[in-house]
Write a protein that binds this ligand. Structure first.
Ligand code: NAD
Length: 387
């Protein structure tokens, strides 16, 4: 027997990304990025490493930076140890982050892998010869880049607009990780608990389903009557907002909008309720409004757990997880969405970059969804591995 080896989380994630591993094996033969450099601006964390190593297997030179506040130093060390150029620090400072983005553009990469439009926005302002196009991961990046299409005028594929991303990540993975986060933060049960989910979009659907599967009684509140009807036909109760808050042991927001639960709701919140958010920004639950409300007698903080207990003058108390930040990326040992969902999303990234690199798209493909044939081939590859 070989000596037991000491492996890291980066290794665990890499070995769990089976689709990327298969893609990398193919790329080692086909070398779609031979002679090209890819500039990346996406969260530097273990799952991204699996994508970056896949691109490198295809012959790409890489220059990498992260996004604001999400750069993991161990990931940066790992990439540098692999000889990859990384311009990134873990920072919440927009100027510092901007300097890293500028450093990527100064390298004049042939392709860009963007997350939020930071790199392409810079390329639109300061165009350079040789930029072939690339990919954008998010909806917010798509919205930002759309008005720049005339200036960009190159193929840019938007990963979030793939149906696979919508159902694999937003629906299934966010649902599972919101459920996992509730258990991870609280170590409390879900059985028999009344759960109210605000927002029945992709993320809300998965979240509601996961809590129902864990023996909770789940209600849904959505401002759109058509979506609320869908929730009703899916078998969830759909009480009016006030009744839904009054009854809930667990209140969950996943709408993408601010002020979903505010201090004005304090009279309604049940004694002992737990509040958590899965939406992108920490503004769905107005935590600051609670903290400053005259109805609040005291706040107890479980620092290591990132749980706050808000105690009201009338004797009720309720708990907020992770300060209202995305719960699956907050609290003790946050893991984010499942490896498999990221494996799928990143396989789409790799295939889209391959399509741009091999000249398979014209300028008219500027800020468009993932081509349907790429969706189909990634779906088939995943199913083949699952069979
Ligand atoms: N936590 C994560 O890992 C993760 C991953 C992907 C997306 N997100 C975020 O989750 C949020 C939701 O994403 P989605 O894809 O489900 O969006 P979506 O647009 O598909 O769904 C949002 C739903 O919220 C409803 N809504 C809006 N305002 C409301 C209100 N005041 N009360 C009740 N319902 C309301 C809308 O009608 C819609 O049905 C976004 O902020 C998104 O960025 C988080």
């Amino acid at each position: 027997m070989e000596q037991p080896s000491s492996l890291s989380r980066i290794d665990w994630v890499a070995r769990s990304c089976r689709l990327l591993a298969a893609t990398a094996a193919e790329f080692r033969d086909t070398r779609p990025f031979a002679g090209l450099t890819i500039g990346t601006g996406i969260h530097l964390e273990p799952k991204t490493v699996a994508l970056l190593m896949t691109l490198r297997a295809g012959g790409a030179g890489l220059v990498c930076t992260g996004n604001l506040n999400s750069t993991q130093p161990e990931t940066v060390d790992y990439l540098r140890a692999q000889g990859i150029k990384v311009f990134a620090t873990q920072t919440r400072n927009a100027d510092e982050h901007g300097a890293s983005l500028d450093a990527i553009i100064e390298e004049k990469p042939d392709l860009l892998l963007d997350n939020g439009g930071d790199l392409f926005a810079r390329a639109a302002e300061r165009p350079y010869a040789g930029l072939m196009g690339g990919t954008e991961e998010t909806t917010s990046g798509r919205t930002r880049l759309m008005p720049m299409r005339d200036r960009l005028n190159m193929p840019i594929l938007v990963i979030n607009d793939s149906p696979i991303k919508q159902f694999a990540e937003n629906r299934h993975a966010v649902g599972q990780s919101m459920f996992e986060s509730y258990l991870r933060f609280t170590n409390r049960s879900t059985n028999g608990k009344r759960v109210t989910v605000f927002g029945y979009g992709a993320c809300g659907k998965g979240t509601a389903a996961c809590f129902r599967n864990a023996f909770s009684a789940v209600s849904v509140v959505d401002i759109d009557p058509v979506t609320t009807l869908e929730a009703h036909l899916d078998g969830f109760s759909t009480p009016l907002r006030e009744a839904a808050i009054r009854s809930a042991d667990i209140l969950l927001t996943v709408t993408g909008y601010a002020g979903i639960i505010t201090a004005a709701d304090l009279p309604l919140i049940k004694d002992g309720a737990i509040l958590m958010n899965g939406g992108h920004f920490p503004h769905e639950i107005d935590v600051e409004g609670f903290r400053n409300s005259p109805a609040v007698a005291a706040i107890d903080r479980y620092e290591a757990e990132q749980i706050e207990t808000v105690r009201l003058h009338d004797g009720r108390a309720f708990h907020i997880l992770g300060g209202g930040h995305m719960a699956n990326l907050a609290g003790p040992r946050p893991l984010g969405n499942t490896v498999e969902s990221m494996d799928l999303g990143f396989a789409l990234q790799a295939r889209c970059l391959e399509r741009v690199a091999t000249g398979g798209l014209g300028r008219e493909a500027c800020v468009i969804p993932v081509p349907a044939d790429i969706d189909a081939s990634v779906a088939s590859a995943y199913l083949d591995l699952a069979r």
